[in-house]
Write a protein of this length. Structure first.
Length: 475
């Protein structure tokens, strides 16, 4: 077997700051498929040593120097695999991703390329979706590749200097729920503040480092300090680059958390769009700000641009299903503007592209119901249902919701309540059942259903508004 055709070995490299629960998850995963796993034990922890021994991982010798690049280079120095894959403690690869990665390396990948993979993180508490960002995590075991920087460490400069090309693969590294754990976030934020401050004191004001420092303060709830740093990062960044976009995202998130000023946010978003005119997340944010101001016509234009032309920067954190979200927001703006048939067309076309969407199907059902197209709604309900029992519940919900849309509240309530008592918790059922109770002046029953609705859709603005309205009525 020649070097070109033999199976490629993967060395997994991890820098551990004694996050042993997270490290346990990663080592349990990589021990099943990696040629070797290398752990740089930054804290010289006995617990980390025991975990490494338990899973057969190698400990790379290293004296911590307040420098993440030095720690990563210590792992590179002892790696024996053909390729080196970088993981953070707590990150894993699913079996299908491992198989696809190994197949690609064996059949297609060239040692003249470094590879960007997708890192997927669970949704934040106030987010509508999980997030993902591209990261250069896989590189050939090449003597010229080295990391640079105390924090925001990067190897792209050495990759380019070595004459290697960059390739992107849609293979996903998974982060679990623990990455959103408050203690985990605080621990990482404090570490990033210490390292970023040291690098900035060295006179190396890279915008990536300022962004990292800003994000650390944001995670700790210090939004005013974070906003100042995101502004500084935006000023330091070259226009149109990933650090500039990241700075704008962070700046906007600080405004969202710290002010109700309805003019500041769209003004900043418009400024960002001057540099990133088709950034899909900025366009969706702009649509949201305009919609909050009651400027539905302009919001619809922003959402339409996002849906038809929006692009996501692969190196910056984006919602995993941002294109689907843009289609949903655009259709919703059309629907609210009285263009329900056009909204239905947008949703029909988008469902062909995203057939497994849990967001677009219910929205299309709502359009059909509002238009009185009960047969089309029932046919769609049958396609969306997971099994026969759910299909029966959804069909009943469609019949009840169609009556409710015609303001036949009593009959609609009977049908919807029967579906609810039969176990249906589909948002469509919960929405129309709560509205039927409300219009029949049965406020306690409406409040009870709305509470359940919010359990299933905690970020649904209509449900939250109804809850506030009912609470005021009952007060």
């Amino acid at each position: 077997m020649t070097d070109a055709t033999k199976k490629k070995n993967i060395s997994v490299a991890i820098v551990s700051f004694d996050a042993t629960d997270d490290l346990d998850r990663t080592l349990a995963n990589t021990s099943q498929w990696a040629h070797e796993t290398i752990v740089v034990n930054v804290a010289s922890s006995e617990r980390t040593r025991k975990l490494a021994n338990q899973y057969g991982a190698h400990l790379a010798p290293h004296n911590w120097q307040d420098d993440l690049s030095a720690a990563r280079n210590a792992a590179l120095a002892v790696a024996e695999g053909d390729w080196v894959l970088w993981l953070e403690p707590g990150e894993t690869l699913e079996q299908a991703a491992v198989q696809e990665l190994q197949r690609t390396l064996n059949e297609n990948a060239s040692a003249g390329h470094a590879i960007m993979l997708l890192v997927v993180a669970p949704p934040m508490a106030d987010a509508v979706s999980a997030e993902q960002a591209g990261s250069i995590r896989l590189a050939p075991n090449h003597p010229g590749i080295r990391f640079q920087g105390r924090v925001c460490e990067e190897m792209q400069s050495s990759i380019e200097a070595a004459g290697l090309q960059l390739e992107a693969l849609p293979i996903k590294i998974q982060r679990g729920e623990w990455f959103r754990n408050e203690k985990h976030l605080a621990r990482h934020a404090q570490r990033d503040i210490a390292l970023a401050s040291l690098e900035l004191n060295d006179g190396k004001a890279r915008p990536e480092v300022v962004n990292r420092l800003a994000e650390a303060y944001r995670k700790l709830g210090e939004h005013s300090r974070a906003q100042q740093l995101f502004q500084q990062a935006a000023a330091l960044s070259e226009a149109g680059t990933a650090p500039a976009l990241e700075a704008y995202y962070g700046w906007l998130s600080c405004l969202d958390a710290a002010t109700d000023n309805l003019e500041l946010k769209p003004a900043l978003c418009l400024r960002a769009l001057d540099d990133f005119p088709v950034d899909i997340q900025l366009l969706c944010a702009m649509g949201g700000y305009l919609q909050t101001q009651g400027r539905l016509d302009l919001a619809r234009r922003a959402y339409r641009t996002a849906h038809e032309h929006g692009q996501a920067n692969p190196f910056v954190w984006n919602l995993v299903d941002i294109h689907e979200v843009a289609a949903f927001f655009y259709s919703r703006a059309l629907f609210l503007g009285g263009e329900s048939r056009k909204a239905a067309t947008v949703l029909q076309e988008s469902l062909l592209q995203y057939p497994h969407s849990t967001r677009l199907g219910p929205a299309l059902l709502e359009c059909y119901i509002q238009q009185g197209e009960e047969q089309a709604a029932e046919e769609l309900a049958a396609r969306l249902a997971a099994d026969a029992a759910e299909e029966r519940q959804l069909r009943a919900t469609v019949r009840g919701a169609t009556l409710a849309a015609k303001k036949q509240w009593t009959k609609a309530n009977e049908i919807l309540l029967a579906a609810y008592r039969g176990g249906c918790r589909h948002p469509l059922c919960l929405r129309w059942l709560s509205l039927s109770f409300l219009n029949l002046h049965e406020h306690p029953s409406a409040a009870s259903v709305v509470d359940v609705w919010i359990e299933y859709e905690p970020h649904n603005g209509e449900a939250q508004q109804l809850q506030r309205q009912l609470a005021s009525n009952c007060a």
